[in-house]
Design a protein around this ligand. Sequence first.
Ligand SMILES: *[C@@H]1O[C@H](CO)[C@@H](O)[C@H](O)[C@H]1NC(C)=O
Ligand SMILES: *[C@@H]1O[C@H](CO)[C@@H](O)[C@H](O)[C@H]1NC(C)=O
Ligand SMILES: *[C@@H]1O[C@H](CO)[C@@H](O)[C@H](O)[C@H]1NC(C)=O
Ligand SMILES: *[C@@H]1O[C@H](CO)[C@@H](O)[C@H](O)[C@H]1NC(C)=O
Length: 353
Amino acid sequence: MKLPLLLVFLWTLTTFSLQMEQVRAEMEQLETFDTQQVVKRQEANQRLRRDLDKCRNGLHAGPPPTEPPNGSCPYGEFLNISEPRVYTAGEYPGSYKYGAWGRDPKPEPGKESWHWLVLMTSSNRYSNYVRQYHSLSSLIVGQSVPGNVLISSSNPTTNTIQGPNVVLYGGSLYYNCYNQHAVCRFNLTSKTVTNVDLPQGTRYNSKGNFCHLDECYPYTDLDLATDESGVWVVYTTTQDFGNLVLSKVEEGEPPKLNQTWHTSVFKQGVTNTFVACGVLYATRYVSKDVEEIFYSFDTTTGKERFDVGIFMNKMSTNIQALNYSPVDQMLYAYCDSNMVSYEAMFESSGDSF
Ligand SMILES: *[C@@H]1O[C@H](CO)[C@@H](O)[C@H](O)[C@H]1NC(C)=O
Ligand SMILES: *[C@@H]1O[C@H](CO)[C@@H](O)[C@H](O)[C@H]1NC(C)=O
Ligand SMILES: *[C@@H]1O[C@H](CO)[C@@H](O)[C@H](O)[C@H]1NC(C)=O
Ligand SMILES: *[C@@H]1O[C@H](CO)[C@@H](O)[C@H](O)[C@H]1NC(C)=O
């Protein structure tokens, strides 16, 4: 009687440790893969950034570039979006409905595979820290090393993060600062905050939100975005009658706004936006399973389109934050407490990578 039981026990134990070993090996593989991908993408990205610069300058001086054939994006036209690539509840399953995650497109050396997470920890509205993970796999299994970087010990206070559409770029978090129509920038190294005001008339404090049908997403007045050229802010103003406005944010100290573009798409008919290759894209709600990238505005040509027609399959009903990462051409979405990523597919995605 006892021997078979012991055997079963030993067998279970062995299977279990074999499984653990397998999981560990898979995690290691995933991390190596993470790092290799990042290095490869960064090399490609530097090349593409040069191409983009060349191309931009080409519009004003010198002979017209032969590459790219269409538009200003070195990858060609944005054509489609993949099925979800990463889908994880992360460290706090179901705890925080509003948040954002991603990776820094311009990381400090050694932090190339780090990922970040910002959760609206209070009233679905405020946050006072950035949580960091040293790889995608550590974010998935919920092991935060090196942990949190605090903006202040409590919230809300002057420089509290208000609203989920934040981005990390160049070691700084860009976000809507609490109770102001301004972009705040929190430098995670110096732990200081500097800011830049948006124009008078900018809607803030949940008065210029993203919406679908008759429901709006609270405190989504300012949507920060990253692309190949840096940081952008998407918002709306009273004088623009609630239509989307897009401004380039320059990295200097303090940050400054550069050029601004006015669109004719009504923000309340949009659920979120992202910028890729200098083109603003807007999404709208189709059903609980599908979101549509329906609109684009090309800042190089000023051309608007309402017929983009790219569909995203969702893992849950709402998208609270959405951003494009120029290091890996992925879209990072935060959806009802879950972190989801998608691959953005361009005309030449397949060839270059
Ligand atoms: C540019 O795009 C247009 C329409 O999308 C297409 O008709 C044209 O052939 C393209 N040009 C090149 C050089 O690929
Ligand atoms: C776009 O990608 C989806 C997968 O996300 C695929 O099912 C669909 O066929 C693609 N559409 C086109 C036009 O390639
Ligand atoms: C952040 O602070 C560090 C240390 O003071 C500094 O070297 C870096 O330039 C700052 N970053 C920005 C974007 O100002
Ligand atoms: C504004 O953008 C232009 C074009 O990219 C650039 O040449 C200029 O330096 C920028 N201005 C500031 C203040 O950064």
